[in-house]
Structure formats: C-alpha cells, structure tokens
Ligand binder design. Structure first.
Ligand SMILES: Nc1ncnc2c1ncn2[C@@H]1O[C@H](COP(=O)(O)OP(=O)(O)OP(=O)(O)O)[C@@H](O)[C@H]1O
Length: 536
C-alpha cells in the first residue's frame, strides 16, 4: 500500500477541474440557502416579481462575493484545498508547456482527441513536497532533467536537490517555512541535536561548526541572536563581544554572563586571545583524559565532560575596524587577535569552541576567506545585497531567486531571510518569533540561568585506566594462551572479570597468580583456586 502512494498524487487530465469542484465545496451551502430564500420570497411576495427579482439579485451578488473570499482564504489556510490547488497548478504547468501526448479515439460521434500525461507525481508533506517525472526515453526526458528551477518558482518553494531513481527524476522542495516558525521561548540546544531554530531548521553545530549571520538594518538580527542565547546559555558557556556597545552590554550584569561580555577594543582583543589559549588547554585536558582511558584516537569535547563554548561577535566589521585603529603601544594588535580568532575557527570544532559572527551586508574585504570557508551555517535576515547572498550561499545557489518580503497581506514581516549550510541549497527561513513582551523578556529569562563554569574550576572526573589485552601481555610477558587459561580458571572459580579491557586491580591479580606459580611450582589451576578463595 505504502509503495502505491510513495510518489504521491499521479497527475491526470481531470485535474483541470480541481478549481471548479473546490469552489463548489465552498459554494454549495450558499446555493442551498439561496434556493431556500427564493422559495420563501416566492410565497411571501407572490406576484411582486420586480421586488422579488431585486432582492434575489442583491443576495446572489453578496453570496458570490462571500464565496469568492472564502474560496481564496481556503486555498491558503486549509491544507486540503492547498494541496488540491497545487495539483491543479502542476496540471496547468504541464498543459501550458505541452508536456502531454494526444491520441485520436473513436467515439459514438466520430473521433475525438484524448490527452494523456506522462507519469508525473506530486507528493505533499507538511514542510516538503517532491515532484517525480518519468524519464524512460520519452520525448520530454531532456526537459524533465532541467525542470526543477521552474517548479521552484511556481510553488514558491526552495529546491533542496534531486534524486535519480530507476526511470524517474524527483525534485525535492522545502515549503511553508513560515508555518515552521517557533517562538523565541522554544529555542533549545543540545549537543546531540543542535540548536532548534524552527520546526525544520536545526543548527547542528557539532557537524556544521560556526555561524555567520548577515542582516539588513532592522532585519531582526539582534532578536535572532538573543533567541539563540535562550538555547546556548542553557547548554554551555557564552562569550559576547559587542564592539558597537549596543545590544548586549546590558546583559553583562546577569550572573550567567558576568565578566563574559566585552566591548572595549583591547579587552575584546585580549578576550579572543585568551579564548584561543583556553581552547589549547582544553585540547591538553582532552588528550590527558583520552590517554587515561587508553583510547587510540582523541574524541570530541563532549566525551570528556566538557561544555561547548560559544563566542558571539556582534557587528564583526566594527571589531575589525576598531582593532585596525588601535594605537601602536596597545597591549594587543590586529594581527594577534585575528590570528587567535582564526585558530578558534579552524580548530574549535573538536574542542567544542564555536564562533557566531554577525554583520550587516557583507562587503568584499569584510571577511577573510579562511573565515568565510569555515563558518558552516549561514543565515541572512531582512534586506541584504546580492553580493551578500553570493558570498554567503555561493556557487550552489547562484541561480536561486532570493526575495525580500516586507509584508504579507497587511502584516509586516520581521526576521525573514535565508538559511543554508555551506555548499548546500539555501532555503527560506523565519527566525524565532519574539513573544509578546507581557509574556516573555530575554533579560528575565537569562536572569534565572545557572552559570556554567570553566573546566579548570570543575572537578576532574577521574577515569580509571583500562589495559588492552596487548598491553597486559606486554606487561606480564606471557603468551595469550596463558592469559586465556587463567581467564577460564577464574570463571570456573566464579570470579567475574569486568570485561572491555582489564582494570589495574585485574592486572595485579594476573601478576600475583603468575608469580605464585613461578615461586611455588604449583599448577595454574591450584594457584587460581587458592588466590580466588582469599580474594572473594
Ligand atoms: N523574530 C522577530 N519576531 C518579532 N519581531 C521581530 C523579530 N525580529 C525583529 N523584530 C522586530 O523588529 C525590530 C528590529 O529588530 P532588531 O533590533 O533585531 O533588528 P536588527 O537587525 O538588529 O537592527 P539593527 O541592525 O538596526 O540593530 C524589533 O524591535 C522587533 O520589533
């Protein structure tokens, strides 16, 4: 059953009637009321045909107007109507582009032309739709291989790629981003899943480290960055650099951010240098913990009980120009600071150090290319220049139509833009919605949060060293068969080894057994049974 519906609705020529029957669904109740009304009028105004005709015409016009308005609203608001209407749009597109075959068929009144469409399927889900086109050498095959962009415009959707299956090509689209919008209160961050930015968009910072946000004036950058903090402050440590001394300075008073918001140029520079050294220290700590566990390879920060650290730099170009203007005798200089930031960006992923850079429009020399190539998630908000779109979303999205939408109906839209991971298709994005100020305010939300301390201040988790079998063999200088024999004897004597390597205590037990055997000349069986009876 699932297989039959896997590709979705199959396009048929009868889809041309969809608007008519959708309109009928809305219109029939009104029609019934109208008929009832005429019936009533007929009996009450018997013979006064002009009055009756006048009333009926006015009522009819009002009903037609109401039906039209309800129909248009239903197409936007009711998923059933919207889905059917998209099926009609696809039919119209195929029809107008003459993507159909015709056949003469015999009928009772001679011959008639029958229209038949190739196999085309439309599958609609809550936030995604896909359209599959038959290939198999049919005459439209070449067009179908390039049709994705046209459908993107037609469905007001964002093409997210295509898949080739046997005999079909399927285009995938993201739709209805506005419906996936969440409230700023709902932004959550976890290491496993990332930061939830909407029902469909999650910043998986562990795999796509660092974030670049570009926004036009009043586009909603500050609200977005503060919404991010709702999740980030609960998960890890956050350091904020606010060179414009604008939107984040006041947060310094909060316990969770005390001493972690800087705005003086030298202090900001020094902070980045310090963060870079803290990252190096963390690598040392991780290596030490990794060695204690006998791991062959160093894992990611979260395996060693470390919290992520997020470094938020608001209005990055302001920081750069302030650093460039520092006098010669300053304690830091542009080169030192940029090199520290570069290190954090390049090496931060494994250690759990992530940079969030915000800027207005990106200009040619705003961002060094090392930064651009390594800030994996990019988001724009509000009105930005085409150069900004090009820089952020790159070659992959060169043909995409980026739009600025100021209003939907009479409602002004805030926090709308685009979202894309480097090298992948960008899509429309709605930043978390700022809740009503009576309900929620960032300052109060952050006020109650627990402060995450640095690992130097945390109690080190002691990890017991475990020995691999090869290490055990080398330390005891015995063959594998001897160890195996001892293990069997221990088992016979109900002594349980912990497994997954050997603990220090187990190493000592093996050592004791072997030395007693060598000293007394007893068999292993006797030694093991004697020692186990004293240990247990
Ligand atoms: N996500 C949102 N939800 C609801 N309203 C928003 C949202 N984002 C922005 N706004 C509205 O737009 C106003 C301006 O937003 P914001 O201060 O975030 O813009 P900005 O991009 O930081 O501007 P600037 O660059 O000038 O500082 C906010 O005060 C708020 O009223």
């Amino acid at each position: 059953m699932n297989k039959i519906f896997a590709k979705g609705h199959r396009l048929r020529n009868r889809d041309r009637f969809i608007p008519y029957w959708l309109a009928s669904i809305v219109g029939v109740p009104f029609l019934l009321v109208f008929v009832g009304l005429c019936y009533g009028l007929y009996f009450t105004l018997m013979g006064q045909w002009v009055v009756m005709g006048g009333i009926a015409t006015v009522v009819l016009l009002i009903f037609v107007f109401i039906v039209y308005k309800l129909y248009v609203k239903a197409l936007v608001k009711i998923p059933f109507f919207l889905h059917r209407y998209r099926e009609f749009l696809l039919w119209r597109f195929m029809f107008q582009n003459a993507f159909y075959f015709t056949k003469q068929v015999k009928s009772s009144n001679g011959t008639r032309t029958k229209t038949k469409f190739p196999k085309v399927y439309l599958k609609q889900e809550k936030y995604a739709l896909s359209v599959s086109f038959q290939l198999e050498g049919i005459k439209f095959q070449d067009r179908f291989l390039k049709i994705g962009g046209e459908l993107e415009t037609m469905f007001s959707a964002d093409m997210m790629g295509n898949t080739d299956e046997k005999a079909f090509i399927t285009y995938h689209y993201a739709i209805d981003s506005i419906r996936s919008r969440i409230s700023a209160k709902e932004v959550q961050a976890t290491i496993e899943q990332g930061v939830k930015l909407s029902e469909t968009d999650v910043w998986d910072f562990v795999h796509d480290p660092h974030l670049l946000v570009a926004g036009g004036i009043g586009g909603g950058k500050t609200v977005f960055l503060r919404s991010l903090l709702v999740g980030l402050l609960r998960l890890g440590r956050v350091e904020i650099l606010d060179p414009k001394q604008a939107d984040f300075v006041s947060l310094e008073k909060l316990p969770v951010l005390k001493g972690r918001v800087t705005w003086e140029t030298e202090e900001m520079g020094q902070r980045l240098i310090d963060i870079n050294s803290k990252m190096d220290k963390r690598y040392e700590l991780m290596r030490q913990r990794s060695e204690e566990r006998g791991e062959e390879e160093l894992g990611a920060f979260y395996k060693y009980d470390c919290d992520p650290v997020f470094v938020l730099i608001d209005e990055f170009p302001s920081l750069v120009s302030a650093l460039e203007d520092l006098p010669m005798n300053s304690s830091v200089n542009y080169m030192m600071v940029m090199s520290a930031l570069k290190q954090i960006i390049l090496k931060g992923r494994q250690a759990g150090f992530y940079v969030i850079i915000s800027t207005q429009n990106v200009k040619a020399d705003d961002l060094p290319s090392t930064f651009k190539d390594n800030l994996m998630l990019r988001i724009t908000l509000g009105r930005v220049s085409s150069f900004t779109y090009d820089t952020l979303f790159g070659e992959e999205n060169r043909n995409k139509q980026f739009k600025y939408i100021e209003k939907i109906g009479a409602e002004r839209i805030f926090g709308r833009g685009y979202y894309g991971v480097f090298g992948r298709p960008a899509k429309e994005f709605y930043a978390p919605l700022l809740p009503d100020s009576k309900d929620f305010n960032f300052y109060n939300d952050f006020k109650a949060l627990e402060r995450k301390e640095e690992e130097e201040g945390q109690q080190k988790v002691s990890v017991e060293k475990r020995y691999k079998q090869s290490e055990l063999l080398a330390l005891l200088s015995v063959p594998r068969s001897t160890i195996k024999k001892i293990e069997e004897l221990l088992k016979d004597n109900q002594y349980q080894l912990t497994g997954n390597g050997y603990s220090k205590q187990e190493l000592e037990l093996f050592r004791k057994i072997l030395s007693q055997r060598d000293e007394t000349g007893q068999t292993l069986r006797d030694v093991v049974s004697e020692i186990v009876s004293t240990v247990v």
